[in-house]
Design a protein around this ligand. Structure first.
Ligand SMILES: Cc1ncc(C[n+]2csc(CCOP(=O)(O)OP(=O)(O)O)c2C)c(N)n1
Ligand code: SF4
Length: 332
């Protein structure tokens, strides 16, 4: 290689040009700007080709596999809504019996994880299966028409929690699933967001290296259910983290070991006002003002509990990671 070539081809450029393995290809039928589709692409990129997937019923399963087509480029199996954890456990046991090291992943939405699939997930973790369980958290049962799940945030509108005279959207709080999962004392549990692909990929790679049950919850905006423009998906996801409503954390054996610090916490209203599902909170009504205060208090509680702010400017904080782009190369 002569000197001129060495100068023109930088490591960054080589990394950018490197083709990436994608476990899920284009041509699927997700809505424009679907956070779940992007999240699944990032997960499979980071996990690599030596995986097999058990995928619960839900949007991801439906939009990737309209019979007889499939967008998956890795072995993939559709489980029932309620048993992705159990199916993955069986697949892992079969791999083990055959002496194979292929990693088994389990994919499900928040309905399939927080609610109906929780028993199978809990059993899989308690028995110590070597499975990476990924929950694509779009905060409602989207595939069947936006019904509330136990992951739906307080006060959000869904078709089964409509705002009206009696209440301002969903009455109950979002379930703290990562703490419940962490209480199984599994080796690794984490939350992340499609807005932070560097963080997301790192967590998947970390979980892939661990022998035993691991869990990653990915905040994945749904333009249809949340009522925002599909082009704004990443901005909406980023605001959820920056306001403190969606803390990005890591837990090992139940103990907090990592967090994504917020450089400058922003008001929850910035995040809420760009989504139709919270539109009723911006009317001139005392109940709406109370709910806004309540949601701000929930965000403040997260910031305080996890000590999310006050770390100073850092490459690995919400603003630093904002600048990072595909391949870990910083944008100008
Ligand atoms: C036992 C059972 N109950 C209900 C359904 C109908 N169903 C299919 S997908 C779905 C919603 C899935 O929601 P979620 O897991 O949050 O995934 P999303 O579609 O939001 O990605 C429901 C209720 C089903 N398939 N099986
Ligand atoms: S309804 Fe939501 S989660 Fe389902 S494909 Fe459309 S954007 Fe994605």
């Amino acid at each position: 290689m002569n000197n001129e070539t060495t100068k023109t081809v930088s490591i960054e450029e080589l990394r950018r040009k490197q083709p990436r393995f994608q476990g899920i290809t284009s041509g699927h039928r997700a809505c424009l700007g679907c956070g779940e589709a992007l999240a699944a692409r990032l997960v499979t990129e980071a996990a690599g080709p030596d995986v097999m997937i058990a995928n619960a019923t839900g949007c991801l399963e439906i939009f990737t596999t309209p019979w007889p087509e499939s967008s998956w480029r890795v072995p993939w199996m559709h489980s029932l809504f309620e048993n992705a954890g159990a199916i993955a456990a069986g697949m892992e046991s079969a791999m083990k019996a055959q002496g194979k090291t292929t990693k088994v992943l389990s994919f499900a939405g928040d309905g399939g994880t927080f609610d109906i699939g929780f028993q199978a997930l809990s059993g899989m973790m308690e028995r110590g299966h070597n499975v990476l369980y990924v929950c694509y958290d779009n905060e409602a049962y989207m595939n069947t028409g936006i019904q509330r799940s136990s992951s739906t945030p307080h006060a959000a509108r869904t078709t089964t929690s409509p705002p009206g005279r009696e209440r301002m959207g969903k009455r109950h709080l979002k379930k703290d699933i990562v703490s419940i999962v962490a209480a199984h004392h599994i080796p690794y549990a984490a939350t992340t967001s499609v807005a932070y692909p560097v963080d997301l990929r790192r967590k998947v790679r970390r979980a892939m290296e661990i022998e035993g049950p691991t869990f990653i919850q990915i905040h994945s905006p749904c333009p249809l259910g949340w009522g925002h423009d599909g082009a704004e998906t990443l901005d909406v996801a980023r605001m959820a983290v920056e306001c403190g409503l969606y803390p990005v954390i890591e837990l090992e054996r139940g103990k907090l070991t990592g967090l994504l610090p917020i450089r400058e916490p922003r008001p929850v209203s910035d995040y809420l006002k760009v989504q139709q599902r919270f539109r009723h909170l911006f009317q001139d009504h005392h109940k709406a003002r109370e709910e806004l205060e309540h949601l701000q208090a929930l965000a403040d509680y997260n910031i305080e509990t996890f000590q999310l702010s006050g770390h100073g400017a850092d490459d690995q904080d919400t603003s630093g990671l904002n600048e990072a782009r595909r391949g870990g190369v910083r944008s100008a």
